[in-house]
Design a protein around this ligand. Structure first.
Ligand code: FAD
Length: 292
């Protein structure tokens, strides 16, 4: 397929990009890595009248260390996030997740922020952003605003972003050094979109679980945190019966869809199996805080 005709603007600044989007009266599209957008344009699933290319905007291609958070700019490619030593040190669970994002060529162009904006329910980065209490930094004609990722990601391929807005970056938590983590996904081939994935982090304090975070993807219209599962684990000793109960709860709390790749029942079962492994791994990796 070939795309329908469109105008092209190569934005020089964030303000220029927002101006071009506003001028398109709701019919413009930002292009970052183009890895998801171009296929959709070629299949005419989207027909923007204007493509606003942000690749020339200076300063968006950095991962900035901002104390207890990292700020990932809108032009940070998957390859950069995957190989960043500070991410590997402070957010090892994201370093691990990045190994599963797409294939080499896609990783060279695709961006972290583009993946979150695309909001594919089977993509790792929306899930990781929810896990890491991400906030989305947005430039709009009226100024700047930030939204928590849980308010940004609405459903499959749908976000709270307005047509004249641009995501300039996403901020995520660093994790305390002794945080335990687990990440598991099941995909038919490595690097493909997964059928389901589960991720968790936990701190161990006096033998009990603290600050438990659990997120899933591929088992609903969007990636999700699971507050009831987190609450069930918080303060527990995360032994086998507790994990089994959490897995049962997780299976209750998700609403997978059936599609060509698997039935809802299969995905529910799969998510539970992955969750059992993830929670066990996270607890085993968590280190007890040294006595003061
Ligand atoms: P683009 O394609 O440029 O844009 C995607 C959408 O986001 C568009 O609607 C665009 O307008 C919008 N957008 C992009 N940036 C911004 C911004 N800064 N502000 C506002 N809107 C913006 N992803 C995974 O997570 N896991 C996988 O396993 C995986 N496998 C893949 C396999 C293949 C073969 C392909 C082609 C893609 C795969 N992807 C996977 C998707 C890949 O990660 C994409 O790079 C990503 O989803 C989109 O990033 P992008 O920078 O290419 O965005």
């Amino acid at each position: 397929m070939k795309p329908a005709p469109f105008d092209y603007v190569s934005a020089e600044t964030v303000a220029h990009a927002v101006e071009a989007l506003a001028a398109a009266s709701g019919d413009g599209k930002v292009i970052a890595g183009g890895q998801s957008l171009m296929p959709m344009i070629n299949f005419r699933m989207v027909r923007p009248s204007v493509l606003v290319d942000i690749n020339r905007i200076a300063g968006l291609d950095r991962i900035e260390d901002r104390g207890d958070r990292f700020h990932i700019g809108a032009l940070v490619r998957h390859r950069m996030t995957a190989s960043d030593p500070a991410i590997a040190r402070h957010v090892p669970v994201l370093h691990e997740a990045m190994k599963n994002v797409a294939h080499l060529t896609v990783r060279n162009r695709g961006t972290y922020c583009g993946s979150v904006c695309h909001a594919d329910p089977a993509a790792e980065l929306p899930m990781m952003t929810l896990l890491l209490n991400g906030t989305v930094h947005i430039a709009s004609p009226s100024g700047e605003r930030t939204l928590p990722a849980r308010e940004f990601l609405l459903s499959s391929l749908t976000t709270a972003l307005q047509p004249d807005e641009l995501v300039t970056g996403i901020a995520i938590d660093k994790l305390p050094a002794d945080t335990g983590w687990g990440f598991e996904e099941f995909a038919r081939r490595h690097g493909d979109y997964a059928l389901a994935a589960v991720v968790a982090t936990v701190e161990r304090r006096q033998g009990r679980a603290k600050n438990v975070r659990v997120a899933v993807m591929g088992v609903g219209d969007t990636a999700m945190r699971l507050p009831a599962v987190e609450a069930a684990l918080e303060g527990s000793e995360m032994d086998t019966p507790v994990i089994a109960e959490a897995v049962a709860r997780l299976r209750e709390d998700i609403e997978p869809n059936s599609d060509l790749n698997g039935s809802a029942a299969y995905r529910r079962h799969l998510a539970g199996v992955l969750a059992g492994r993830v929670l066990k791994a996270a607890w085993e990796r968590a280190e007890e805080e040294p006595a003061a």
